[in-house]
Design a protein around this ligand. Sequence first.
Ligand code: MSP
Length: 585
Amino acid sequence: MRWVCRGGLPAWLRCGFVFPVQAHVSRRWVQNCSGTLFTTPIFYVNAGPHLGHVYSALLADSLHRERALRDCATRLSTGTDEHGLKIQQAAEAAGKAPYQFCSEVSEQFRAVFNHTLISYTDYIRTTEEHHKRTVEKFWTVLSERGYIYKGVYEGWYSTPDESFLAESQVMGIQDKQGNVIKVSTESGHQVHWTKEENYMFKLSDFRPLLLKWLETHKQAIYPENFYQIVLQWLQEDLPDLSVSRERSRLKWGIPVPGDSQQTIYVWLDALVNYLTVAGYPEAHHSWWPAVHHVVGKDILKFHAIYWPAFLMAAGLAPPDHIFVHSHWLASGQKMSKSLGNVVDPMDCCDQYTVDGFRYFLLRHGVPDRDCDYYHEKVVQLLNAELADALGGLLNRCCASSINSTQSYGFFSSSCFPDKHNCFDKAASARAMEEDYQLIEFVENLPTEVQARYEKCQIYKALEAIDACVRLTNKFFQRHTPWKLDSTNPVEKLWLDTIIYVTMECLRTYGTLLQPVVPSIADKLLSRLGVAQNERTLKDFLFLARYHGKYCPFEGRELGPDTGVLFNRLDQNKSRKTKDPSIPKL
Ligand code: MSP
Protein backbone atom coordinates (compact mmCIF):
# COMPACT_ATOMS: atom_id res chain seq x y z
CA MET A 1 0.00 0.00 0.00
CA ARG A 2 1.28 3.51 -0.82
CA TRP A 3 0.19 6.99 0.18
CA VAL A 4 0.60 10.47 -1.16
CA CYS A 5 0.73 13.80 0.69
CA ARG A 6 -1.51 16.77 0.11
CA GLY A 7 0.25 19.50 -1.86
CA GLY A 8 3.70 19.42 -3.38
CA LEU A 9 5.83 21.07 -0.65
CA PRO A 10 8.02 18.90 1.60
CA ALA A 11 6.01 17.97 4.67
CA TRP A 12 8.41 19.73 7.11
CA LEU A 13 7.80 23.03 5.30
CA ARG A 14 4.06 22.60 5.15
CA CYS A 15 3.14 22.06 8.76
CA GLY A 16 4.67 21.98 12.20
CA PHE A 17 3.31 18.49 12.71
CA VAL A 18 4.83 16.49 15.55
CA PHE A 19 4.25 12.77 15.55
CA PRO A 20 2.31 11.91 18.71
CA VAL A 21 4.61 9.10 19.85
CA GLN A 22 7.62 11.38 19.85
CA ALA A 23 5.78 14.09 21.76
CA HIS A 24 4.88 11.52 24.39
CA VAL A 25 8.47 10.26 24.58
CA SER A 26 9.94 13.71 25.17
CA ARG A 27 7.47 14.43 27.98
CA ARG A 28 8.31 11.20 29.74
CA TRP A 29 12.02 11.87 29.62
CA VAL A 30 11.65 15.26 31.17
CA GLN A 31 9.34 13.99 33.92
CA ASN A 32 11.60 11.16 35.05
CA CYS A 33 14.72 13.21 35.12
CA SER A 34 15.85 13.44 38.73
CA GLY A 35 19.26 12.80 40.25
CA THR A 36 20.20 9.18 40.93
CA LEU A 37 23.12 7.53 42.65
CA PHE A 38 23.90 4.11 41.15
CA THR A 39 26.09 1.83 43.18
CA THR A 40 27.94 -1.43 42.63
CA PRO A 41 28.73 -3.66 45.58
CA ILE A 42 32.18 -2.88 46.94
CA PHE A 43 34.44 -5.79 46.11
CA TYR A 44 36.34 -7.96 48.55
CA VAL A 45 40.06 -7.65 48.06
CA ASN A 46 40.91 -11.17 49.17
CA ALA A 47 41.16 -12.13 45.48
CA GLY A 48 41.46 -10.28 42.18
CA PRO A 49 38.62 -9.22 39.90
CA HIS A 50 36.80 -11.79 37.76
CA LEU A 51 34.03 -11.78 35.22
CA GLY A 52 31.25 -11.84 37.84
CA HIS A 53 32.56 -8.66 39.48
CA VAL A 54 32.77 -6.90 36.15
CA TYR A 55 29.20 -7.92 35.41
CA SER A 56 27.92 -6.26 38.62
CA ALA A 57 29.85 -3.12 37.70
CA LEU A 58 28.74 -3.19 34.06
CA LEU A 59 25.07 -3.33 34.94
CA ALA A 60 25.43 -0.29 37.16
CA ASP A 61 27.62 1.46 34.58
CA SER A 62 25.12 1.09 31.77
CA LEU A 63 22.25 2.25 34.01
CA HIS A 64 24.32 5.30 34.95
CA ARG A 65 25.32 6.04 31.36
CA GLU A 66 21.73 5.69 30.21
CA ARG A 67 20.65 8.31 32.74
CA ALA A 68 23.37 10.64 31.59
CA LEU A 69 22.15 10.19 28.03
CA ARG A 70 18.84 11.64 29.09
CA ASP A 71 20.65 14.61 30.62
CA CYS A 72 19.77 13.56 34.17
CA ALA A 73 22.02 14.12 37.17
CA THR A 74 23.64 10.79 37.95
CA ARG A 75 26.55 9.30 39.86
CA LEU A 76 28.10 5.87 39.88
CA SER A 77 30.03 4.62 42.84
CA THR A 78 32.16 1.53 43.14
CA GLY A 79 35.17 0.52 45.20
CA THR A 80 36.61 -2.10 47.49
CA ASP A 81 35.58 -3.75 50.75
CA GLU A 82 38.81 -4.07 52.69
CA HIS A 83 38.08 -5.00 56.30
CA GLY A 84 37.13 -8.28 57.95
CA LEU A 85 38.47 -11.64 58.89
CA LYS A 86 38.87 -13.03 55.42
CA ILE A 87 40.92 -10.07 54.25
CA GLN A 88 43.00 -10.28 57.42
CA GLN A 89 43.63 -13.98 56.68
CA ALA A 90 44.33 -13.40 52.97
CA ALA A 91 46.92 -10.72 53.83
CA GLU A 92 48.53 -13.06 56.36
CA ALA A 93 48.64 -15.85 53.76
CA ALA A 94 50.27 -13.47 51.28
CA GLY A 95 52.80 -12.43 53.95
CA LYS A 96 51.85 -8.77 53.55
CA ALA A 97 50.72 -6.03 55.87
CA PRO A 98 46.92 -5.78 55.49
CA TYR A 99 46.85 -2.21 54.17
CA GLN A 100 49.59 -2.87 51.64
CA PHE A 101 47.78 -6.03 50.51
CA CYS A 102 44.44 -4.20 50.20
CA SER A 103 46.00 -1.33 48.23
CA GLU A 104 47.49 -3.72 45.70
CA VAL A 105 44.26 -5.62 45.06
CA SER A 106 42.15 -2.47 45.13
CA GLU A 107 44.35 -1.08 42.35
CA GLN A 108 43.73 -4.25 40.33
CA PHE A 109 39.98 -3.66 40.57
CA ARG A 110 40.40 -0.03 39.62
CA ALA A 111 42.55 -1.00 36.62
CA VAL A 112 40.01 -3.55 35.40
CA PHE A 113 37.17 -1.07 35.78
CA ASN A 114 39.11 1.60 33.93
CA HIS A 115 39.93 -0.87 31.19
CA THR A 116 36.33 -2.04 30.82
CA LEU A 117 35.15 1.59 30.67
CA ILE A 118 33.20 1.59 33.91
CA SER A 119 32.50 5.31 34.16
CA TYR A 120 32.48 5.56 37.95
CA THR A 121 32.32 8.99 39.50
CA ASP A 122 33.34 7.73 42.97
CA TYR A 123 35.78 4.99 43.93
CA ILE A 124 35.63 4.24 47.63
CA ARG A 125 37.90 2.12 49.78
CA THR A 126 36.63 1.20 53.23
CA THR A 127 40.10 1.84 54.66
CA GLU A 128 39.83 5.55 53.83
CA GLU A 129 39.67 7.89 56.78
CA HIS A 130 36.49 9.69 55.71
CA HIS A 131 34.68 6.36 55.44
CA LYS A 132 35.84 5.38 58.92
CA ARG A 133 34.44 8.64 60.27
CA THR A 134 31.09 7.99 58.54
CA VAL A 135 30.89 4.49 60.00
CA GLU A 136 31.67 5.79 63.48
CA LYS A 137 29.02 8.47 63.13
CA PHE A 138 26.46 5.98 61.84
CA TRP A 139 27.23 3.57 64.70
CA THR A 140 26.86 6.36 67.22
CA VAL A 141 23.47 7.34 65.78
CA LEU A 142 22.23 3.71 65.97
CA SER A 143 23.51 3.44 69.49
CA GLU A 144 22.03 6.76 70.64
CA ARG A 145 18.69 5.84 69.15
CA GLY A 146 18.72 2.70 71.29
CA TYR A 147 19.16 0.02 68.63
CA ILE A 148 22.47 -1.39 69.83
CA TYR A 149 23.01 -3.36 73.03
CA LYS A 150 25.71 -5.65 74.39
CA GLY A 151 24.97 -9.34 74.51
CA VAL A 152 26.53 -12.75 74.10
CA TYR A 153 26.41 -14.12 70.58
CA GLU A 154 26.58 -17.85 70.23
CA GLY A 155 26.17 -19.48 66.83
CA TRP A 156 27.70 -20.33 63.48
CA TYR A 157 29.93 -17.97 61.53
CA SER A 158 31.04 -18.29 57.91
CA THR A 159 34.24 -16.36 57.27
CA PRO A 160 34.10 -16.53 53.43
CA ASP A 161 30.59 -15.02 53.59
CA GLU A 162 31.40 -12.90 56.68
CA SER A 163 27.99 -14.01 57.87
CA PHE A 164 26.27 -15.23 61.05
CA LEU A 165 24.00 -18.22 60.48
CA ALA A 166 21.16 -19.84 62.40
CA GLU A 167 21.06 -23.61 62.96
CA SER A 168 18.45 -23.88 60.20
CA GLN A 169 20.90 -22.33 57.72
CA VAL A 170 23.65 -24.90 58.14
CA MET A 171 23.99 -28.59 57.33
CA GLY A 172 26.52 -31.35 57.95
CA ILE A 173 28.58 -32.81 55.08
CA GLN A 174 31.68 -34.96 54.79
CA ASP A 175 34.87 -33.22 53.73
CA LYS A 176 37.55 -34.80 51.48
CA GLN A 177 39.11 -36.55 54.48
CA GLY A 178 35.76 -38.04 55.50
CA ASN A 179 35.28 -35.74 58.50
CA VAL A 180 31.81 -34.35 59.13
CA ILE A 181 31.86 -30.57 58.88
CA LYS A 182 29.15 -27.92 58.98
CA VAL A 183 28.55 -25.71 55.97
CA SER A 184 26.20 -22.90 55.05
CA THR A 185 23.27 -24.38 53.12
CA GLU A 186 23.19 -21.31 50.86
CA SER A 187 26.84 -20.80 49.96
CA GLY A 188 28.32 -24.21 50.80
CA HIS A 189 31.12 -22.51 52.77
CA GLN A 190 32.33 -24.07 55.99
CA VAL A 191 31.03 -22.50 59.22
CA HIS A 192 32.57 -22.43 62.69
CA TRP A 193 30.92 -22.24 66.08
CA THR A 194 31.50 -18.86 67.69
CA LYS A 195 30.72 -17.68 71.18
CA GLU A 196 31.69 -14.20 72.19
CA GLU A 197 30.50 -11.02 73.74
CA ASN A 198 29.31 -8.75 70.95
CA TYR A 199 27.23 -5.70 70.33
CA MET A 200 23.84 -6.67 68.95
CA PHE A 201 21.55 -4.71 66.65
CA LYS A 202 17.80 -4.92 67.35
CA LEU A 203 16.97 -6.33 63.93
CA SER A 204 13.93 -8.12 65.34
CA ASP A 205 12.24 -4.72 65.89
CA PHE A 206 12.22 -4.11 62.15
CA ARG A 207 10.34 -7.06 60.72
CA PRO A 208 6.95 -5.26 60.60
CA LEU A 209 8.55 -2.09 59.20
CA LEU A 210 10.39 -4.01 56.50
CA LEU A 211 7.21 -5.80 55.51
CA LYS A 212 5.38 -2.50 55.33
CA TRP A 213 8.15 -0.96 53.24
CA LEU A 214 7.96 -3.80 50.73
CA GLU A 215 4.16 -3.77 50.65
CA THR A 216 4.16 -0.09 49.83
CA HIS A 217 7.18 -0.24 47.49
CA LYS A 218 6.48 -3.20 45.27
CA GLN A 219 9.16 -2.10 42.85
CA ALA A 220 11.86 -1.68 45.45
CA ILE A 221 13.46 -4.99 44.51
CA TYR A 222 13.84 -6.16 40.92
CA PRO A 223 13.40 -8.69 39.38
CA GLU A 224 10.11 -9.74 40.92
CA ASN A 225 11.32 -13.24 41.91
CA PHE A 226 13.87 -11.70 44.29
CA TYR A 227 11.21 -9.41 45.78
CA GLN A 228 9.22 -12.56 46.56
CA ILE A 229 12.26 -14.24 48.11
CA VAL A 230 12.76 -11.32 50.49
CA LEU A 231 9.08 -11.35 51.44
CA GLN A 232 9.46 -15.06 52.15
CA TRP A 233 12.46 -14.45 54.43
CA LEU A 234 10.42 -11.92 56.31
CA GLN A 235 7.74 -14.48 57.08
CA GLU A 236 10.21 -16.08 59.47
CA ASP A 237 11.58 -14.74 62.73
CA LEU A 238 14.27 -12.12 62.39
CA PRO A 239 16.75 -12.59 65.22
CA ASP A 240 18.86 -9.68 66.43
CA LEU A 241 22.13 -9.34 64.58
CA SER A 242 25.61 -9.37 66.01
CA VAL A 243 27.32 -6.21 64.72
CA SER A 244 30.76 -6.48 66.27
CA ARG A 245 33.52 -9.03 66.82
CA GLU A 246 36.04 -9.24 69.65
CA ARG A 247 39.11 -7.24 68.69
CA SER A 248 41.32 -10.15 69.76
CA ARG A 249 39.86 -12.20 66.87
CA LEU A 250 39.35 -9.42 64.36
CA LYS A 251 41.95 -6.68 64.36
CA TRP A 252 41.49 -5.57 60.78
CA GLY A 253 38.45 -3.33 61.02
CA ILE A 254 37.03 -0.17 62.53
CA PRO A 255 36.93 -0.21 66.37
CA VAL A 256 33.56 0.31 68.00
CA PRO A 257 33.37 3.96 69.15
CA GLY A 258 34.04 4.01 72.87
CA ASP A 259 35.04 0.33 73.08
CA SER A 260 38.45 -0.49 71.68
CA GLN A 261 37.99 -4.18 72.55
CA GLN A 262 35.41 -4.62 69.80
CA THR A 263 35.59 -4.27 66.00
CA ILE A 264 32.57 -3.24 63.92
CA TYR A 265 31.08 -6.11 61.88
CA VAL A 266 32.41 -5.91 58.34
CA TRP A 267 28.98 -5.89 56.69
CA LEU A 268 27.82 -2.88 58.70
CA ASP A 269 31.09 -1.15 57.80
CA ALA A 270 30.72 -2.12 54.11
CA LEU A 271 27.08 -1.13 53.67
CA VAL A 272 27.73 2.31 55.09
CA ASN A 273 30.01 2.96 52.08
CA TYR A 274 26.90 4.04 50.19
CA LEU A 275 26.24 6.77 52.74
CA THR A 276 29.88 7.82 52.74
CA VAL A 277 29.66 8.37 48.99
CA ALA A 278 26.37 10.25 49.36
CA GLY A 279 28.01 12.63 51.85
CA TYR A 280 26.46 11.46 55.16
CA PRO A 281 25.92 12.99 57.68
CA GLU A 282 25.95 16.51 56.23
CA ALA A 283 25.46 16.38 52.49
CA HIS A 284 23.58 13.16 51.69
CA HIS A 285 20.16 14.80 51.24
CA SER A 286 20.69 15.61 47.58
CA TRP A 287 21.23 11.91 46.78
CA TRP A 288 19.51 9.95 49.48
CA PRO A 289 17.28 7.91 49.06
CA ALA A 290 17.43 8.25 45.25
CA VAL A 291 19.83 5.36 45.26
CA HIS A 292 19.81 2.31 43.01
CA HIS A 293 21.94 -0.54 44.32
CA VAL A 294 23.06 -3.25 41.91
CA VAL A 295 23.85 -6.45 43.81
CA GLY A 296 24.38 -10.13 43.16
CA LYS A 297 21.83 -12.58 44.52
CA ASP A 298 24.30 -13.89 47.12
CA ILE A 299 24.27 -10.55 48.94
CA LEU A 300 20.56 -9.87 48.71
CA LYS A 301 19.82 -10.45 52.40
CA PHE A 302 22.42 -7.90 53.43
CA HIS A 303 20.98 -5.29 51.08
CA ALA A 304 17.28 -5.99 51.32
CA ILE A 305 16.97 -6.77 55.04
CA TYR A 306 19.97 -5.63 57.10
CA TRP A 307 20.63 -2.43 55.18
CA PRO A 308 17.08 -1.03 55.11
CA ALA A 309 16.76 -1.93 58.80
CA PHE A 310 20.02 -0.10 59.65
CA LEU A 311 18.82 2.89 57.65
CA MET A 312 15.40 2.98 59.31
CA ALA A 313 17.09 2.71 62.71
CA ALA A 314 19.22 5.72 61.83
CA GLY A 315 16.12 7.65 60.76
CA LEU A 316 16.85 7.38 57.03
CA ALA A 317 14.73 6.02 54.19
CA PRO A 318 15.60 2.72 52.48
CA PRO A 319 17.08 2.95 48.97
CA ASP A 320 14.70 3.51 46.06
CA HIS A 321 15.72 0.36 44.19
CA ILE A 322 17.72 -2.78 44.63
CA PHE A 323 18.51 -4.47 41.32
CA VAL A 324 19.51 -8.06 41.80
CA HIS A 325 21.38 -10.23 39.33
CA SER A 326 22.16 -13.90 39.22
CA HIS A 327 25.54 -15.47 38.64
CA TRP A 328 27.73 -16.37 35.71
CA LEU A 329 28.81 -19.95 35.45
CA ALA A 330 31.79 -21.01 33.38
CA SER A 331 30.81 -23.83 31.06
CA GLY A 332 28.07 -24.94 33.42
CA GLN A 333 30.15 -24.79 36.61
CA LYS A 334 30.36 -22.28 39.42
CA MET A 335 33.49 -20.18 38.98
CA SER A 336 36.00 -20.84 41.71
CA LYS A 337 39.71 -20.62 42.29
CA SER A 338 39.88 -24.26 43.33
CA LEU A 339 38.27 -25.42 40.06
CA GLY A 340 40.62 -23.12 38.16
CA ASN A 341 37.81 -21.88 35.93
CA VAL A 342 37.76 -18.24 36.97
CA VAL A 343 37.28 -16.14 33.84
CA ASP A 344 39.71 -13.22 33.71
CA PRO A 345 38.00 -10.10 32.35
CA MET A 346 41.28 -8.73 30.93
CA ASP A 347 41.71 -11.89 28.81
CA CYS A 348 38.13 -11.50 27.59
CA CYS A 349 38.77 -7.91 26.54
CA ASP A 350 41.90 -9.03 24.65
CA GLN A 351 39.92 -11.64 22.81
CA TYR A 352 36.65 -9.90 22.09
CA THR A 353 37.55 -6.20 22.53
CA VAL A 354 36.25 -4.22 25.50
CA ASP A 355 32.99 -3.34 23.76
CA GLY A 356 32.51 -6.90 22.54
CA PHE A 357 32.93 -8.20 26.08
CA ARG A 358 30.57 -5.56 27.49
CA TYR A 359 27.99 -6.31 24.82
CA PHE A 360 28.09 -10.04 25.42
CA LEU A 361 27.69 -9.79 29.20
CA LEU A 362 24.84 -7.31 29.03
CA ARG A 363 23.09 -8.92 26.06
CA HIS A 364 23.35 -12.46 27.31
CA GLY A 365 23.15 -11.85 31.06
CA VAL A 366 19.63 -12.37 32.35
CA PRO A 367 19.35 -11.09 35.93
CA ASP A 368 16.71 -13.57 37.13
CA ARG A 369 18.68 -16.73 36.40
CA ASP A 370 22.26 -17.93 36.23
CA CYS A 371 23.93 -17.62 32.84
CA ASP A 372 26.55 -19.73 31.27
CA TYR A 373 29.69 -18.26 29.81
CA TYR A 374 31.54 -20.04 27.07
CA HIS A 375 33.67 -18.97 24.16
CA GLU A 376 31.57 -20.32 21.25
CA LYS A 377 28.53 -18.44 22.49
CA VAL A 378 30.42 -15.16 22.76
CA VAL A 379 31.84 -15.47 19.25
CA GLN A 380 28.51 -16.47 17.73
CA LEU A 381 26.61 -13.60 19.37
CA LEU A 382 29.14 -10.88 18.62
CA ASN A 383 29.57 -11.96 15.00
CA ALA A 384 25.83 -12.13 14.41
CA GLU A 385 24.78 -8.91 16.13
CA LEU A 386 27.72 -6.53 16.10
CA ALA A 387 29.73 -7.58 13.05
CA ASP A 388 27.07 -8.81 10.62
CA ALA A 389 23.82 -7.08 11.53
CA LEU A 390 24.96 -3.69 12.85
CA GLY A 391 28.35 -3.40 11.12
CA GLY A 392 26.93 -4.83 7.90
CA LEU A 393 24.12 -2.30 7.85
CA LEU A 394 26.50 0.62 8.30
CA ASN A 395 28.75 -0.72 5.56
CA ARG A 396 25.93 -1.15 3.16
CA CYS A 397 24.56 2.37 3.35
CA CYS A 398 28.04 3.94 3.39
CA ALA A 399 29.42 1.89 0.49
CA SER A 400 30.58 4.28 -2.24
CA SER A 401 28.93 2.08 -4.88
CA ILE A 402 25.56 3.03 -3.36
CA ASN A 403 26.32 6.23 -1.53
CA SER A 404 28.40 7.99 -4.18
CA THR A 405 28.22 11.43 -2.50
CA GLN A 406 29.26 9.95 0.89
CA SER A 407 26.46 11.80 2.63
CA TYR A 408 23.61 11.16 5.07
CA GLY A 409 21.05 11.04 2.27
CA PHE A 410 18.04 13.19 1.52
CA PHE A 411 14.44 12.49 2.29
CA SER A 412 11.75 12.65 -0.34
CA SER A 413 8.21 12.75 1.00
CA SER A 414 6.89 11.91 -2.42
CA CYS A 415 8.77 8.57 -2.24
CA PHE A 416 8.00 8.06 1.47
CA PRO A 417 4.77 9.95 2.15
CA ASP A 418 3.44 10.52 5.65
CA LYS A 419 1.09 7.63 6.32
CA HIS A 420 -1.17 9.79 8.50
CA ASN A 421 -1.33 12.77 6.22
CA CYS A 422 -2.16 11.33 2.83
CA PHE A 423 -5.38 10.70 1.02
CA ASP A 424 -4.41 9.12 -2.24
CA LYS A 425 -1.90 6.77 -3.74
CA ALA A 426 0.75 8.31 -5.93
CA ALA A 427 2.93 6.74 -8.54
CA SER A 428 6.06 8.30 -7.01
CA ALA A 429 5.45 6.71 -3.59
CA ARG A 430 7.79 3.77 -3.06
CA ALA A 431 7.43 3.03 0.65
CA MET A 432 5.60 -0.16 1.52
CA GLU A 433 3.54 -1.24 4.51
CA GLU A 434 6.58 -2.99 6.08
CA ASP A 435 8.54 0.25 5.82
CA TYR A 436 5.91 2.08 7.87
CA GLN A 437 6.05 -0.72 10.40
CA LEU A 438 9.82 -0.35 10.61
CA ILE A 439 9.67 3.36 11.32
CA GLU A 440 6.97 2.83 13.91
CA PHE A 441 9.16 0.28 15.70
CA VAL A 442 12.20 2.54 15.60
CA GLU A 443 10.13 5.54 16.67
CA ASN A 444 9.01 3.61 19.77
CA LEU A 445 12.43 2.17 20.47
CA PRO A 446 13.74 4.92 22.83
CA THR A 447 10.63 4.57 25.00
CA GLU A 448 10.90 0.82 25.04
CA VAL A 449 14.60 0.92 25.85
CA GLN A 450 14.03 3.40 28.67
CA ALA A 451 11.30 1.19 30.15
CA ARG A 452 13.69 -1.78 30.06
CA TYR A 453 16.45 0.19 31.76
CA GLU A 454 14.06 1.24 34.49
CA LYS A 455 13.70 -2.43 35.36
CA CYS A 456 17.38 -3.18 34.82
CA GLN A 457 16.45 -5.45 31.92
CA ILE A 458 19.32 -4.35 29.75
CA TYR A 459 19.31 -7.62 27.84
CA LYS A 460 15.76 -6.84 26.75
CA ALA A 461 16.70 -3.34 25.67
CA LEU A 462 19.49 -4.84 23.55
CA GLU A 463 17.18 -7.50 22.19
CA ALA A 464 14.76 -4.78 21.05
CA ILE A 465 17.57 -2.80 19.40
CA ASP A 466 18.86 -5.91 17.64
CA ALA A 467 15.36 -6.71 16.35
CA CYS A 468 15.16 -3.21 14.83
CA VAL A 469 18.63 -3.55 13.30
CA ARG A 470 17.45 -6.71 11.59
CA LEU A 471 14.28 -5.02 10.32
CA THR A 472 16.41 -2.21 8.91
CA ASN A 473 18.61 -4.70 7.10
CA LYS A 474 15.47 -6.20 5.63
CA PHE A 475 14.30 -2.75 4.57
CA PHE A 476 17.58 -2.20 2.74
CA GLN A 477 17.48 -5.65 1.18
CA ARG A 478 13.83 -5.29 0.16
CA HIS A 479 14.46 -2.16 -1.87
CA THR A 480 17.74 -3.31 -3.50
CA PRO A 481 19.23 0.20 -3.71
CA TRP A 482 22.25 -1.17 -5.58
CA LYS A 483 19.92 -1.74 -8.54
CA LEU A 484 18.72 1.88 -8.64
CA ASP A 485 20.15 4.14 -11.32
CA SER A 486 21.47 7.27 -9.61
CA THR A 487 21.63 9.13 -12.95
CA ASN A 488 17.87 8.85 -13.22
CA PRO A 489 16.42 11.76 -11.12
CA VAL A 490 13.35 9.76 -10.03
CA GLU A 491 15.35 6.75 -8.93
CA LYS A 492 17.90 9.03 -7.29
CA LEU A 493 15.17 10.50 -5.06
CA TRP A 494 14.26 7.05 -3.80
CA LEU A 495 17.89 5.97 -3.42
CA ASP A 496 18.62 9.04 -1.30
CA THR A 497 15.51 8.36 0.76
CA ILE A 498 16.55 4.76 1.44
CA ILE A 499 19.95 6.00 2.59
CA TYR A 500 18.40 8.72 4.76
CA VAL A 501 15.92 6.36 6.44
CA THR A 502 18.64 3.75 7.04
CA MET A 503 20.97 6.33 8.54
CA GLU A 504 18.24 7.71 10.77
CA CYS A 505 17.67 4.17 12.06
CA LEU A 506 21.41 3.72 12.57
CA ARG A 507 21.66 7.04 14.38
CA THR A 508 18.93 5.87 16.76
CA TYR A 509 20.75 2.57 17.41
CA GLY A 510 24.10 4.32 17.85
CA THR A 511 22.58 6.75 20.35
CA LEU A 512 20.82 4.02 22.32
CA LEU A 513 23.84 1.72 22.32
CA GLN A 514 26.18 4.26 23.93
CA PRO A 515 25.60 2.99 27.50
CA VAL A 516 26.61 -0.53 26.50
CA VAL A 517 29.23 -0.22 23.74
CA PRO A 518 30.58 3.33 24.06
CA SER A 519 33.45 2.90 21.59
CA ILE A 520 31.44 1.19 18.88
CA ALA A 521 28.62 3.71 19.27
CA ASP A 522 31.14 6.52 19.00
CA LYS A 523 32.58 5.03 15.81
CA LEU A 524 29.14 4.58 14.33
CA LEU A 525 27.90 8.05 15.18
CA SER A 526 31.14 9.64 14.00
CA ARG A 527 30.85 7.84 10.69
CA LEU A 528 27.30 9.20 10.33
CA GLY A 529 28.66 12.68 11.00
CA VAL A 530 26.77 13.08 14.29
CA ALA A 531 28.59 15.60 16.50
CA GLN A 532 29.34 14.96 20.19
CA ASN A 533 26.66 17.42 21.30
CA GLU A 534 24.04 15.68 19.15
CA ARG A 535 24.22 12.32 20.90
CA THR A 536 21.88 12.61 23.87
CA LEU A 537 18.29 11.43 24.08
CA LYS A 538 17.04 14.79 25.22
CA ASP A 539 15.03 16.24 22.35
CA PHE A 540 15.96 13.24 20.23
CA LEU A 541 13.91 13.26 17.05
CA PHE A 542 13.84 10.30 14.72
CA LEU A 543 13.08 10.80 11.05
CA ALA A 544 12.35 14.49 11.45
CA ARG A 545 11.79 14.98 7.75
CA TYR A 546 9.11 12.34 7.61
CA HIS A 547 7.30 14.30 10.32
CA GLY A 548 7.61 17.52 8.39
CA LYS A 549 10.41 18.90 10.56
CA TYR A 550 13.84 20.22 9.81
CA CYS A 551 16.58 17.60 10.09
CA PRO A 552 20.12 18.86 10.67
CA PHE A 553 21.63 15.60 9.47
CA GLU A 554 20.05 15.49 6.04
CA GLY A 555 22.67 15.68 3.31
CA ARG A 556 25.51 16.02 5.84
CA GLU A 557 28.92 14.76 4.82
CA LEU A 558 29.83 11.40 6.34
CA GLY A 559 32.68 11.13 8.85
CA PRO A 560 36.08 10.12 7.49
CA ASP A 561 36.64 6.88 9.41
CA THR A 562 35.69 4.10 7.00
CA GLY A 563 37.06 1.35 9.27
CA VAL A 564 35.11 -1.78 10.11
CA LEU A 565 32.70 -1.24 13.00
CA PHE A 566 33.39 -4.60 14.62
CA ASN A 567 35.76 -7.19 13.20
CA ARG A 568 34.34 -10.68 12.91
CA LEU A 569 35.87 -13.01 15.48
CA ASP A 570 37.42 -16.30 14.53
CA GLN A 571 35.56 -19.15 16.17
CA ASN A 572 38.59 -21.41 15.84
CA LYS A 573 41.11 -19.03 17.33
CA SER A 574 42.34 -20.74 20.48
CA ARG A 575 41.00 -19.14 23.60
CA LYS A 576 43.15 -18.19 26.54
CA THR A 577 41.78 -20.08 29.48
CA LYS A 578 42.85 -21.08 32.91
CA ASP A 579 40.30 -23.87 32.94
CA PRO A 580 41.66 -27.23 31.94
CA SER A 581 38.10 -28.63 31.87
CA ILE A 582 37.11 -26.35 28.98
CA PRO A 583 38.42 -27.87 25.78
CA LYS A 584 40.56 -25.56 23.67
CA LEU A 585 39.04 -24.90 20.29
N1 MSP B 1 32.08 -7.15 49.66
C1 MSP B 1 30.81 -7.72 49.44
C2 MSP B 1 29.83 -6.67 49.00
C3 MSP B 1 29.64 -5.54 49.94
S1 MSP B 1 28.56 -4.34 49.30
C4 MSP B 1 28.25 -3.33 50.57
C5 MSP B 1 30.92 -8.79 48.35
N2 MSP B 1 31.98 -8.72 47.56
S2 MSP B 1 32.32 -9.79 46.39
O1 MSP B 1 33.55 -9.33 45.85
O2 MSP B 1 32.31 -11.10 46.94
O3 MSP B 1 31.15 -9.73 45.37
C6 MSP B 1 30.84 -8.56 44.70
C7 MSP B 1 29.79 -8.79 43.65
O4 MSP B 1 30.26 -9.70 42.67
C8 MSP B 1 28.49 -9.36 44.20
O5 MSP B 1 27.40 -8.65 43.66
C9 MSP B 1 28.49 -10.77 43.67
O6 MSP B 1 27.20 -11.27 43.47
C10 MSP B 1 29.21 -10.57 42.36
N3 MSP B 1 29.70 -11.85 41.85
C11 MSP B 1 30.64 -12.66 42.37
N4 MSP B 1 30.70 -13.80 41.61
C12 MSP B 1 29.80 -13.73 40.61
C13 MSP B 1 29.51 -14.50 39.48
N5 MSP B 1 30.09 -15.65 39.24
N6 MSP B 1 28.60 -14.00 38.60
C14 MSP B 1 28.03 -12.77 38.76
N7 MSP B 1 28.32 -12.03 39.80
C15 MSP B 1 29.05 -12.53 40.84
O7 MSP B 1 30.04 -9.62 48.26
